[in-house]
Design a protein around this ligand. Sequence first.
Ligand SMILES: [Zn+2]
Length: 294
Amino acid sequence: MSARETLQDAPRHAGAAADAAGDGRGAPAALRRVPRFPHAWCLWVPLSQLAVLAVWLAWGWRAGLPALLASHALCVVPVFLPRARLYAPVLSRLPARGRQVWLTIDDGPSDDTGPILDLLDRHGAKATFFLVGERAAARPALVAEIVRRGHGVGNHSQTHPQAWFWALGPRRMRAEVAQAQAVLGALAGRPPHWFRSVVGMTNPFVAAPLRAAGLTRVAWSARGFDAVREDPGAMVAAIERDLAPGAIVLLHEGARHGRSVEMIAALLARLDALGYTAVLPETLDVERTVPAAP
Ligand SMILES: [Zn+2]
């Protein structure tokens, strides 16, 4: 089964042109998760604290204190859970029927981008590169090459503030998303429609800039910790445990250990052996497999 046989042209949708991917196709409506109520938390956070107060007044501190701590944990923990939907909706897997996966490669462009593009070509595989705006601006030719070879470009923030992304306030968060969107849109020829949070974290201020830019947040369903692990075999084995039709695979380029290309080569070889093809969501015929999102 070749990649070409499993690919199907995605239907065009009204309004899709404005947020089409670098490959010229729009995001299938069924996969779009653009936040609709980015400020909903402004309502439920005070309401939850009123509920805690009511519990405290009714049953005293023995019930009120645990309720207070639980309500705070429920607000904080989802920030660090990439698939949590509390602060922004998220796409965590594709509704694929066959052995198709979506490779998502974060943190570029880098010295690895060219060799990775060659590898993908050799395997007939497609991937979405979640690029960092300032890195893309420094290496515009690599962005153009990603697009020329038919891959996708996603937004992975302007400066990749790894340590503090979870704690960014509304102004800085808006700048991180909007600046990268402008830079990548100009370099790729079209603004991205996918967004990957830095280190997968999503606080209350992520949803508003995503809505403004028409971006859908993308998490993952399979990862091998390739940015920190140095053994390609162990990394591939970890990903293989979570492989399934429609899996979204998290990968990185330019990792400090210098083995990102080797890691992706090992994964592509294993995907071939298992009969999986790496496709872009824009080419999945998802409209016929799941109902359109409301
Ligand atoms: Zn990253």
